[in-house]
Design a protein around this ligand. Structure first.
Ligand SMILES: *Cc1c(COP(=O)(O)O)cnc(C)c1O
Length: 386
């Protein structure tokens, strides 16, 4: 019986696609791996909050340990509904200036739960070609028909809307705001304008890489574009810039009520740790004050984008803290990643099938606690290895 699985694994190994859990240790913005201490250029901790001692101490000092609970012990629909969830939802709804907010255990839960709850056989889902695996899984779990439109190609999307809007009761457009592999962005204003031309089209935006990073108050790209109010399902995770776990959707009250009744990962899973929800509440309240971190991160991002453009002689797709260095073939991508690691920069190679073939790359991801010098040093190593 087990032979089958062993053979499959051997095949993955042959193809260079075998995955293992890395042996690592964290030390602030550094990471230890293979007895090497490296600056972590593969982190999602975009604001540098995960290892911020001052914030952790402040939070711990104000926490009432008698009251605090690590576990909810149950689904929110049974005995697991702690007051902190409603408090966090209420504070977030008012930050986003929307009717409602609903929490989930993770971005993955949100994305595999919301679409199956909302999309029935009379629904068509139109998703950007490059949306995250969790959204693909959500689409697959739903009863809806679906089609993909070419990445950020709104002419293509418009054609699909035109062709299908009369044949379905509902169409849901699904996109990320900042895309995870190229660090490029959706044009949210254009998407809003497009959906507003139809009475039966809704918009679902995943802000996983944008919460905390963009917007005057750190609420994401939708805040930057002043279109929070026009996005039907505005989703984000606390697992990245928010240095925690969990996720949210910001939406109308009727959608929240509907999800509470229909969304399986919400109904059938133990709710988020209340203590962690308290930590998220603590950080969400401080998010507007983190403008310095956002500005610094933006400056680092522009410098790395420009540096990579000089190396590749190609315009960079990135408009964010995620910056790809596209080498094309696997061998030089692997050797460049290895060389960067030897020089103390923890950078990971990304190869097909994660990205289209011929676009193997190193994916740099920056955090606000990096220094300008450190990015310059990384670029020096890259220039040397050409
Ligand atoms: C990371 C990520 C998720 C998953 O969020 P988790 O909270 O880590 O489960 C969903 N969507 C996108 C675009 C992501 O990058």
């Amino acid at each position: 019986m087990l032979n089958f699985y062993a053979e499959q694994l051997a095949q993955l190994q042959q193809q260079g696609r075998y995955r293992t859990l890395p042996d690592i240790r964290h030390e602030g913005k550094w990471i230890w791996h293979d007895e090497r201490k490296m600056l972590n250029f593969s982190s999602n901790d975009y604001l540098g909050l995960a290892a911020n001692q001052r914030l952790k101490q402040q939070f711990l000092a104000q926490t009432d340990w008698q009251q605090a609970s690590f576990t909810s012990s149950s689904s929110r629909l049974l005995t697991g509904n702690f007051p902190i969830y409603a408090e966090l939802e209420s504070v977030m709804a008012s930050q986003f200036q929307r009717e409602a907010c609903l929490l989930f255990n993770s971005g993955y839960h949100a994305n595999i739960g919301i679409l199956p709850a909302l999309a029935d056989k009379q629904t068509l889902i139109l998703a950007d070609k490059l949306v995250h695996a969790s959204l693909i899984d959500g689409i697959r779990l739903s009863a809806a028909d679906y089609q993909r439109y070419r990445h950020n190609d709104y002419t293509h999307l418009q054609q699909l809307l035109e062709k299908n809007s009369k044949s379905y009761q509902r169409i849901i457009i699904v996109t990320e705001s900042v895309f995870s592999m190229d660090g490029d962005m959706a044009d949210l204003r254009q998407l809003v304008a497009l959906k507003q031309r139809y009475r039966n089209v809704m918009l679902y935006v995943d802000e996983a890489h944008a919460l905390g990073v963009f917007g005057q108050n750190g609420l994401g790209l939708a805040e930057n574009c002043a279109c929070i109010g026009q996005i039907d399902f505005l989703v984000g995770t606390f697992g990245k810039a928010l240095a925690a776990m969990g996720a949210y959707v910001v939406c109308d009250q009727v959608i929240k009520d509907y999800l509470i009744n229909k969304m399986r990962p919400l109904i059938f899973s133990t709710a988020l740790s209340p203590l962690l929800a308290q930590w998220v509440y603590f950080l969400m309240q401080r998010l507007p004050e983190m403008q310095m971190q956002r500005q610094h991160l933006q400056q680092l991002s522009s410098e790395l984008q420009r540096g990579v453009e000089q190396l590749t002689q190609q315009p960079s797709p990135s408009r964010s803290q995620i910056v790809p260095y596209i080498l094309g073939d696997n061998a030089s991508t692997l050797s460049t990643a290895e060389r960067l690691q030897q020089c103390g920069f923890y950078c990971l190679p990304i190869r097909p099938p994660t990205v289209p073939s011929g676009t193997s790359r190193i994916r740099f991801s920056l955090t606000a606690d990096m220094a300008t010098d450190e990015v310059a040093q990384l670029l020096d190593v890259l220039k040397g290895s050409q």
